[in-house]
Design a protein around this ligand. Structure first.
Ligand SMILES: [Zn+2]
Length: 297
């Protein structure tokens, strides 16, 4: 099949149909596999200037767009829509890099039946999704539970908060679509909810233990997060283990539905945590205001 790639002045003889919402790197990797070459070899043949196809999902130059649209007979707008290049800086922070953290097993089975085995849609990298926008199924954790067919709804210790988690997911999608009714940006609020604090512990209440702002709303969060405290970081929401995501989305939906709960959270968040929480709460207000101005009704 490599003969097909020898004449580099032509378009590819066969261009594979992308699956719904497919990531550009996934589509390119499937082409490389189809022509029996490695990803870096394919990138070199395309003269993309990088051997790493996954970088194109986040940064795509005009020359690269021109090369790809010529070789894959695809219009530039469609190509750019297969990446995260147009993401706002806030939502870009919630795009998971590295290994794909989640998948829709129903869609993966369908891709395999349709000859697109291994295809990765964009939403499998979005750190605010718990369901698949293509078929509505709950997503599955591919990092901690790679071999189970169970979904996050069954494997997350916060599966009982599913209904509220769905509300949180819908809030973020509405905000991204330009809904101007928000007083607080859900992105900054998610960060605020992951701010670290201290909680009194023990019979005399004097021994402090680590906690998080979200633990005021969902006390089990503190308990379950303590053993993995290094992985809970308000500056890196995308790295929150996916099994904790339903709790964060549920907390977000409560804070958006009733912003007064943020006062209770602030009162129970102490020391440096309180300052960080207040700063992010103010940021949420400023960001929502700015978003409303950029999407006038
Ligand atoms: Zn699906």
């Amino acid at each position: 099949m490599t003969n097909d790639l020898e004449n580099d002045h032509r378009s590819l003889p066969v261009v594979l149909r992308p699956v719904a919402d497919e990531l550009l790197s996934s589509w390119l990797v499937r082409h490389a596999a189809y022509y029996g070459v490695t990803g870096p070899f394919f990138a070199k043949w395309l003269r993309l200037g990088t051997p790493n196809l996954s970088t194109l999902d986040h940064r795509l130059g005009l020359e690269q767009v021109a090369r790809l649209s010529e070789k894959l007979r695809c219009d530039p707008v469609t190509l750019i829509a297969m990446t995260f290049v147009g993401a706002t800086s806030q939502s870009a922070e919630l795009i998971c890099r590295g290994r794909v953290p989640q998948m829709c097993r129903a869609c993966a089975d369908r891709h395999a039946r349709e000859g697109a085995s291994g295809a990765v849609p964009r939403h499998w990298r979005k750190a605010w999704r718990v369901t698949c926008p293509a078929c509505g199924a709950a997503l599955s954790d591919t990092n901690e539970r790679p071999n189970t067919r169970e979904t996050l709804r069954e494997t997350s210790p916060f599966g009982g908060l599913w209904r509220e988690a769905l509300a949180g997911e819908a809030i973020i999608e509405r905000f991204l679509r330009g809904d101007c009714s928000f007083e607080l940006s859900p992105f900054a609020l998610m960060r605020a909810l992951l701010v670290q604090t201290w909680r009194p512990f023990g019979a005399n209440g004097c021994n402090p233990v680590i906690g998080w702002a979200l633990g005021t709303l969902i006390p089990e969060f503190d308990e379950l997060a303590r053993p993995i405290k290094r992985r809970i970081n308000h500056a890196a929401v995308a790295s929150l283990p996916i099994s904790f995501r339903p709790a964060l989305l549920a907390g977000l939906s409560r804070a958006i539905a009733d912003p007064a709960v943020l006062n209770a959270i602030r009162d129970e968040t102490i020391l440096r945590g309180r300052r960080a929480f207040e700063r992010l709460r103010e940021q949420a207000r400023i960001d929502a205001h700015a978003a409303a101005k950029s999407h006038p009704t």
